[in-house]
Design a binder for this molecule. Structure first.
Ligand SMILES: Nc1nc2c(c(=O)[nH]1)N[C@H]1C(S)=C(S)[C@@H](COP(=O)(O)OP(=O)(O)OC[C@H]3O[C@@H](n4cnc5c(=O)[nH]c(N)nc54)[C@H](O)[C@@H]3O)O[C@H]1N2
Ligand SMILES: Nc1nc2c(c(=O)[nH]1)N[C@H]1C(S)=C(S)[C@@H](COP(=O)(O)OP(=O)(O)OC[C@H]3O[C@@H](n4cnc5c(=O)[nH]c(N)nc54)[C@H](O)[C@@H]3O)O[C@H]1N2
Ligand code: SF4
Ligand SMILES: [Mo]
Length: 710
């Protein structure tokens, strides 16, 4: 059977694939998918979602032609229309909003798959920029903005993130991440299970700090429960311990270490114990272990980013790595040297904060985006700068952002809405027009983003596996057409010079732009990569400091004003906690190996077996409320309530309950996908858009809730 080399773009692990294909020309189809043993990064690893990648392509519910909504809500009919008509309708709708109300009248939301598509990197952002609106939003503000803000402040570029050197570390300390299910994030680490096995075979240890005994915690050497939202205090108490016990050895290019010592003084391990539940002696011991190991890496992900103090927690983690000497040290955390260096080449800007604020609540922008948590009020509140037309691109904010249900209602009040998406779902059903691009297997791919965040330097170009069907459009073609058609309709257009420059850029294919980027970088060429579709190995992470720093003076300010300005807020929170011990329940999220954010429930292969949608709750918390395992319960927060089945679980920290995110597809309407049959509710009908980190990132974790029998 003929095989093709491909890549899975579903998550950050970017696994190499070997696909068995049958048929010819337009009838070519994929009959089997396995991991590619020859891939220098993923080494043959694949997860259940990767095996199902072609099911997305074959899914009869997937949109293959543009559709237009006729009628409202549950009675809406979806009518197939041609591309030309569809693109004109979208350009009309967007341009009208700008011509009548100014350019901020367009709101744009970019979802997660944009980070996983070459055409989005080369054309998507360029198209969005031509719209020149300040009302830009993305999934980043329900995800990793704290990392970006801290990296910009410390290292001079928001995507210059130190990556755990998992293949050589001897001590891996994990806060709020579950790589056994997620396959790693801001740490591209395919084949995590085997890499962990190797780590332990070398005599290394992994310690996990998490309010749930997760799949990762279960294979760790040690797991500590932590009260949701309190990690920043624990981490700063560890930093304080390093100072108190003389364990710091920062590099000569690090400034303001003494200032950090003063700033963390109030965060004693004893106080951390009282807010977090982690014993003071354990806090001290973790700090000592981190300092003693030759090659240790502290790492924190979604569970700490999506809290009210995500930026301080991420800053504290950087302090731990820098002060113990693990930063830029083999076995510690190091910067990558990708073949397309989006950091040094400024393919992405360095970062900025508070250049403008959201109109209604006055929340600062970060990196050109406003928090997704303010989207609804910007749509609903009348006045100058109100959003009148929305464009969502590969995103499902109704399920993925706080108070999503009400955001969906707000979408219905828009003058116009368009979506670029391959499914009709909870978000796109509010659109007037949906434009579906080709799917991943039909497009060339190079991972501009994730090679730069990977535990090993590699590069890989994978040409499209399947042919582009007649009459289909690639994502970059849609972006180009939209940019041109909107601009043509604008009363006030940018200068001819600007327009010609934009047009020239959009005219190139993503692959040609990539070839240019590779050439200027000089590590490898497209020709070399074409000859090795399995990928080429560029070696383990290497020390690169201080040259790789993107700060002007090639030094690290360890106590940047912007970040430490949030410490008084943490002090206040912490003092309140100390005086009133919390007793209510708090809600956290959960990811499963078979789920992919909010859009994989249509894929039957990964949705067989035991249901995964239940609320997990400690048996003591259940019995205290007279609730039995398996009962239907009502979970209520300040924002909303849901009714869901509960499951008793010893894996939960008492006082903490958990729901997975990305569920809650049961909406009425015609032509909705089979995902609507998957049971479950949306956790984001409970999360609170008022709860934000300094960076504007949503605090999705640790939501106060009540649970009662339904
Ligand atoms: N409570 C809670 N909420 C969370 C999280 C959490 O942990 N807890 N996690 C957050 C995180 S980390 C993230 S990244 C966000 C994700 O939030 P979103 O990005 O808003 O949600 P997704 O489910 O990833 O939506 C992806 C959309 O892209 C479409 N799509 C898939 N492939 C393509 C393609 O090739 N082209 C186009 N145009 N569309 C495509 C899908 O049909 C789907 O509609 O959710 C966040 N929300
Ligand atoms: N299978 C699968 N893989 C995925 C995704 C997916 O949807 N499914 N999504 C991808 C995306 S977009 C991302 S961003 C990554 C995310 O990658 P991870 O961050 O590894 O993902 P999660 O499994 O959400 O892990 C977060 C952990 O934080 C814990 N947690 C919650 N609150 C707190 C807290 O206050 N403190 C601490 N210490 N822990 C806390 C949760 O219990 C959970 O175990 O995963 C990616 N990979
Ligand atoms: S871990 Fe699974 S979903 Fe992620 S890239 Fe690999 S095969 Fe795809
Ligand atoms: Mo994410």
């Amino acid at each position: 059977m003929p095989t093709r080399i491909g890549v899975c773009n579903l998550c950050e692990a970017i696994c190499g694939l070997e696909l068995t294909v049958e048929g010819d020309g337009p009838d070519l189809r994929v009959t089997a998918i396995r991991g590619n043993d020859q891939d220098p990064l993923s080494r043959g690893y694949i997860c259940p979602k990767g095996v199902s990648l072609a099911d997305v392509h074959a899914d009869p519910d997937r949109l293959r032609t543009p559709v237009r909504r006729v009628g409202e809500g549950a009675d809406a009919e979806w009518v197939d229309i041609g591309w030309d008509e569809a693109l004109d309708l979208v350009a009309d709708g967007l341009a009208r909003a700008v011509n009548e109300h100014g350019r901020d009248a367009i709101g744009v939301y970019l979802g997660n798959p944009n980070a996983h598509a070459l055409g989005s990197a080369t054309h998507g952002l360029a198209m969005v920029k031509t719209l020149r609106t300040r009302n830009r939003f993305s999934a980043s503000s329900v995800d990793q903005i704290p990392h970006q803000l801290v990296a910009w402040q410390l290292y001079g570029h928001q995507l210059l993130l130190p990556i755990p050197d998992i293949d050589r570390t001897s001590y891996f300390l994990v806060f709020g991440a579950n790589p056994m299910a997620s396959n790693g994030s801001l740490m591209t680490v395919p084949d995590f299970p085997n890499r962990l096995r190797d780590l332990r075979a070398r005599g290394g240890r992994m310690v996990v700090v998490d309010p749930r005994r997760t799949e990762t915690a279960k294979v760790a050497d040690e797991h500590l429960f932590v009260r949701p939202g309190s990690d920043a205090v624990v981490i700063l108490a560890m930093v304080r311990t390093l100072f108190a016990e003389g364990l710091t050895r920062p590099a000569p290019y690090v400034d303001h270490v003494d200032r950090v010592r003063e700033l963390v003084e109030p965060f004693t391990p004893e106080a951390a114990e009282r807010v977090s539940g982690i014993a003071a002696d354990d806090v001290r011991r973790l700090a000592r272990e981190l300092a003693a190991a030759d090659g240790s890496a502290a790492y924190g992900r979604i569970g700490v980013s999506t809290t009210g103090f995500g930026s301080l927690a991420q800053w504290g983690i950087q302090c731990l790595n820098i002060l113990t000497g693990s930063f830029d040290h083999p076995g510690g955390v190091l910067f990558t040297e990708p073949a397309v260096d989006f950091v040094a080449r400024r393919f992405v800007g360095t970062g900025h904060y508070d250049l403008w604020r959201s109109r209604v609540r006055g929340i600062p922008e970060y990196g050109g985006e406003l928090p997704a948590a303010v989207m609804r009020e910007e749509i609903e509140t009348p006045g100058d700068g109100q959003i009148r037309a929305m464009l969502t691109i590969a995103g499902n904010p109704v399920l993925s952002t706080p108070d999503g249900r009400r955001l969906g209602e707000a979408f219905d009040s828009l003058d116009f809405m368009a979506a670029i998406d391959i499914y009709l779902n909870e978000t796109t059903r509010h659109a007037d027009v949906i434009l579906p691009p080709t799917t991943a297997l039909e497009r060339d791919h190079y991972d501009i983003v994730f090679h730069g965040l990977a535990v090993r330097n590699t590069a890989r170009f994978t040409p499209a596996v399947l042919p582009k069907p007649d009459g289909a459009m690639h994502d970059h073609e849609i972006y180009r057409e939209l940019a041109l058609r909107v601009q043509k309709r604008l009363v006030r257009r940018p200068s001819l010079r600007t327009r010609l420059r934009q047009r020239a850029r959009l005219a190139m294919t993503p692959t040609r732009i990539l070839a240019g980027l590779l050439r200027t970088n000089g590590v490898t060429t497209l020709k070399q990569l074409r000859a090795h579709p399995e990928g080429i190995d560029l070696g383990p992470l290497r020390p690169t400091m201080p040259e790789r720093l993107q700060t002007k003076d090639k030094r690290i300010d360890l106590a940047p004003d912007l970040v430490v300005s949030d410490l008084p807020r943490l002090r206040t929170w912490f003092d309140e906690r100390l005086s009133s011990s919390p007793d209510g329940l708090v809600l956290i999220g959960r990811r499963h190996k078979q789920d992919n954010n909010a859009w994989f429930h249509n894929i039957e292969r990964v949705n067989r077996g035991r249901p995964r949608h239940r609320l997990l709750m400690h048996p003591d918390d259940l019995s205290a409320r007279g609730i039995t395992d398996g009962a239907l319960v009502r979970v209520a927060s300040r924002v909303g309530e849901v009714t869901v089945d509960v499951q008793a679980s010893d894996d939960m920290m008492p006082g903490v309950v958990s729901l997975p995110h990305g569920y809650g597809h049961q909406v009425d309407g015609t032509r909705l996908s089979r995902a609507t049959k998957v049971p479950g509710v949306s956790i984001n009908d409970l999360t609170d858009p008022e709860a934000l980190d300094l960076s504007g990132n949503a605090a999705l974790s640790g939501v106060p809730v009540t649970v009662t029998p339904a």
